[in-house]
Design a protein around this ligand. Structure first.
Ligand SMILES: Cc1cc2nc3c(=O)[nH]c(=O)nc-3n(C[C@H](O)[C@H](O)[C@H](O)COP(=O)(O)OP(=O)(O)OC[C@H]3O[C@@H](n4cnc5c(N)ncnc54)[C@H](O)[C@@H]3O)c2cc1C
Length: 231
């Protein structure tokens, strides 16, 4: 590959760092090829990360919130007309893009005792940052898990977020994530807001298959069952 004065030997040159390009580049690298990925913007991610999938889902989440707030009137809770701060809205959307970008970059350099980890990162439901490792290739060691914690701690600091929040439990109610503080759970059960059938995010799942099939399950089928026994 020759770019002006710059020359680099590579086995495979991938032009374009969108989902098509980077997926091909990472796969080829995983298969042992020496790969160079170039993108005219200098920021891999393509339309999907910067203008398509991620920003549109982030903004759709806001429109759902507004719609739900409108529907709450039918249940006797009325909110005022939404006030849109477009600058803050854009900033928030950009933060989601940046966190997705940083998490993607982190997992691509994540290693355990010098061995590369085949890993991926995704933000789900605009709420959960999920890091996954293909343990058939290399398992994440204690040190590499520490690295991921440090990375997440840094994100928390940079964006004033709390990814490692343990004092709240996440439920999935009316297709929305509902976070309830531990201290209020019994009250929510008494009030009927949480029933045995209410869907909970069972964050104890520890593999991709369970994340897909057993992550969002009825509360009574999860660790949360003990709360109903106590009641
Ligand atoms: C609003 C919107 C919402 C979407 N939502 C979804 C969704 O929910 N789910 C879904 O699956 N898809 C969605 N898509 C589609 C998705 O974004 C595209 O399918 C995907 O981005 C295509 O990937 P790509 O790698 O082929 O191309 P692109 O994403 O366009 O990436 C091409 C890359 O090549 C680079 N490039 C271009 N020319 C050169 C050059 N000469 N030299 C070097 N680099 C170059 C560009 O900078 C860019 O990074 C959405 C699209 C839009 C617009």
């Amino acid at each position: 590959m020759v770019m002006g004065e710059f020359t680099q030997e590579t086995e495979l040159l991938v032009v374009g760092g969108g989902p098509g390009g980077y997926a091909a580049a990472f796969r080829a690298a995983d298969l042992g090829l020496d790969v160079t990925l170039v993108d005219v913007t200098g920021r891999p991610g393509g339309v999907c990360l910067f203008r398509g999938c991620i920003p549109s889902k982030t903004l759709l989440h806001i429109s759902e919130l507004i719609q739900d707030a409108g529907r709450a009137g039918e249940m006797g809770v009325t909110f005022g007309k939404p006030q849109l701060d477009l600058d803050r809205l854009r900033q928030w959307k950009n933060e989601v893009i940046e966190i997705t970008e940083k998490a993607g970059r982190f997992v691509k350099t994540w290693n355990a005792h010098g061995n590369d980890l085949e890993a991926g990162a995704i933000i789900l439901h605009n709420q959960f940052l999920v890091l996954g490792v293909n343990e058939d290739q290399n398992g994440a060691s204690g040190c590499s898990i520490d690295k991921s914690f440090r990375f997440i701690k840094q994100l928390e600091k940079d964006y004033k977020l709390r990814f490692l929040e343990r004092s709240k439990v996440a439920f999935y109610i009316d297709n929305e994530v509902a976070l309830f503080p531990l201290a209020e759970l019994k009250l929510k059960i008494d009030a009927g807001t949480i029933t045995k059938d209410t869907l909970i995010f069972n964050n104890l799942v520890d593999n991709k298959g369970d994340l897909e099939d057993k992550w969002i399950i009825p509360a009574n089928d999860s660790w949360f069952k003990k709360y109903f026994l106590a009641n």
